[in-house]
Unconditional design. Structure first.
Length: 587
């Protein structure tokens, strides 16, 4: 049996938001369609509703009214393909967008297009959802439909994460954009997309030509102005900002363009960037984001007094308070005022700077010899901020280790592992500390627990394999562990170095050189240099070994492994530091 439903509930069901963009920007307190006017509801035509769909639709409506949006979306996603009504599909799409459920939105909009294939909004939405999920090539025909309708298509979105696409998809996408350019030669968005694509391919002259065509149509197109400046900076051209500066002279209140211009300047001219941010801040004196930018620029340029003034303004306005305290602490560190730095870091609450603030706070206290105060601070923070409890154990242990208190660090790690027995990070940290204390049994036990819980943990596999190769004669076990790690990460320099080292310890010099050479080419670290140099030295290639060691000593003259290697081999370290000029291979 089929019922006919004419209640306002159905009206709310079938009325969408004003636009795709507004749906995305709605407050989480406002459901799509909730502001529909009464006369809009009255215009909804009666339509048949299957009996089995009536109750789910009522559930969805009441869920919307109670802001239980996930319940509502589940019901609409289930009923939309049953009802096959374009208005229901449209409403479901908008609700999914509002909730930022991209997969559901894509599924709903595909149904919407099936029911209403010429709807421009549906094609625009489909393109947006596809590009967000890596379907850039599939989004192209949808944007072509939008352009052919006479509406503005967001062609630049096609290049979202372009560098991560498969090379074949990149080529097809570029070809498709080129074909559309022939169809729409004067489309500003398409000209901008072509210029962006040329920049991706480092074809800067072509990009500038395409931007020139765009400027002939829209002389002040913001994205084009910024892209041209980036290209001119990359090609080291004179006056890269000339067109932007001219535009801002004629449109001084264009805050979006000025903000992007100011951000560009931070990479090349801090003084000019500060001037632009000052203009923006004068236009919006209560904008905490601008005040923070000015504070950071002034700190970067050494004007700590101005930086403090801007940060204190943020506190007075109660905007970005945690960041203000954090950077006031950094400024205090810069000006050698540890007491003030401690006071500011203590006031940083939970957020992006919380862990860094506590790390710096702990270091200040440890450096001052206030170990008990530092430990009391970390204990208090672990009790108050439980979601950071595990990380705070690790931070405290690292501080104590670096400050030369390994026993205290071990006590902290032991307590941390009692609290978090499954923590791979704390267990790995303890294993490395155990190795430094020559407690190889503890190190091995911890690493084997990590590997047992996560057999693909290449860090633990490599660490245990390398230590067994370097500190014991259990070469077969070491080789097996490192082989497993290398199979999982075949190009990781640290693992290549370990494989070279265990092969060397097994007397396989030629194979060892192959791995160590690859490791050093990818990561010219002093420890890798020590290993490669040693294998070359014992293999009779003393000139090559000397050259590699000399370069490593120039990079890190006090590197412990490197110095220990030279001493063990009886090589005079002074020969690498007394020779003037560029190191040469002895003849």
């Amino acid at each position: 049996m089929v019922r006919v439903l004419t209640l306002s509930i159905l009206g709310a069901l079938l009325i969408g938001c004003a636009s795709t963009d507004s749906a995305t920007r709605q407050s989480s307190q406002t459901a799509p369609g909730a502001t529909a006017e009464p006369e809009q509801v009255a215009k909804v035509l009666e339509r048949p509703i299957p009996d089995e769909s009536l109750y789910p639709l009522l559930v969805a409506e009441f869920a919307l009214r109670r802001r239980a949006y996930h319940v509502a979306l589940d019901q609409y996603m289930e009923q939309a393909p049953v009802l096959r009504d374009k208005k229901v599909a449209k409403h479901t799409t908008r609700l999914a967008q509002f909730m930022q459920q991209d997969e559901e939105a894509l599924s709903a909009v595909q149904l919407w297009l099936e029911l209403e294939p010429d709807n421009v909004e549906a094609h625009t939405t489909a393109a947006t959802m596809l590009t967000r999920q890596g379907g850039n090539l599939e989004a192209l025909p949808h944007l072509a439909v939008v352009a052919r309708s006479g509406e503005q298509a967001n062609f630049p979105s096609l290049l979202t994460d372009f560098e991560t696409l498969d090379p074949a998809d990149q080529a097809s996408l570029a070809q498709g954009i080129g074909e559309l350019a022939l169809e729409f030669p004067d489309d500003p968005a398409l000209l901008l997309t072509r210029a962006m694509l040329s920049v991706q391919q480092q074809e800067y002259d072509t990009a500038l030509d395409e931007l020139g065509q765009l400027f002939a149509i829209e002389p002040t197109q913001p994205q084009a102005l910024l892209l041209e400046a980036r290209v001119l900076i990359a090609t080291e051209a004179d006056a890269p900002y000339a067109r932007i500066e001219k535009t801002l002279k004629n449109k001084p209140d264009d805050t979006r363009l000025r903000l992007q211009y100011a951000r560009l300047l931070t990479a090349t001219d801090m003084s000019a960037a500060r001037q632009q941010f000052e203009i923006l801040s004068a236009q919006s004196p209560r904008d905490g984001d601008l005040l923070l930018s000015l504070a950071l620029i002034n700190r970067e340029t050494g004007d700590h007094l101005a930086a403090k003034a801007y940060l204190k303004q943020m506190l007075e306005l109660e905007q970005r308070v945690d960041e203000a305290h954090y950077y006031l602490g950094r400024v205090a560190e810069d000006t050698d005022d540890p007491k003030e730095a401690v006071a500011q870091f203590k006031q940083v609450g939970e957020g992006r700077h919380f862990l860094s603030a506590n790390q710096r706070l702990g270091r200040l206290l440890v450096d001052a010899g206030a170990l008990e105060q530092s430990h009391a601070l970390f204990e208090q923070q672990r009790g108050t901020h439980k979601q950071y409890r595990e990380q705070l154990y690790g931070i405290e242990a690292d501080l104590l280790t670096n400050a030369g208190f390994p026993g205290s660090a071990m006590a902290v790690l032991n307590a941390g592992l009692e609290d978090f027995p499954d923590s791979a990070s704390l267990r790995y940290t303890r294993s490395m500390l155990g190795e430094k204390q020559n407690n190889l049994a503890l190190m091995e036990a911890d690493l084997r627990i990590i590997i047992a819980n996560d057999p693909a943990n290449t860090t633990a596999l490599n660490a245990l394999g390398y230590t067994l190769a370097d500190r014991t004669e259990r070469y077969t076990e070491a080789y097996d562990l490192i082989s497993r790690a290398l199979e999982l990460s075949p190009e990781e320099p640290a693992i290549l170095d370990s494989m070279g080292w265990v092969l060397y310890r097994q007397g396989e010099y030629e194979q060892a050189l192959q791995y160590l050479t690859r490791a050093y080419a990818a990561f010219p670290d002093p420890e890798v240099a020590a290993h490669l140099g040693e294998v070359l030295w014992v293999n009779g290639n003393t000139d090559e070994a000397t050259l590699i060691w000399r370069g490593a000593l120039l990079q890190a003259p006090d590197h412990k492994t490197l110095i220990a290697t030279l001493k063990r081999l009886g090589v005079d370290r002074d020969q690498f530091t007394t020779l003037p000029g560029r190191p040469q291979v002895s003849q």
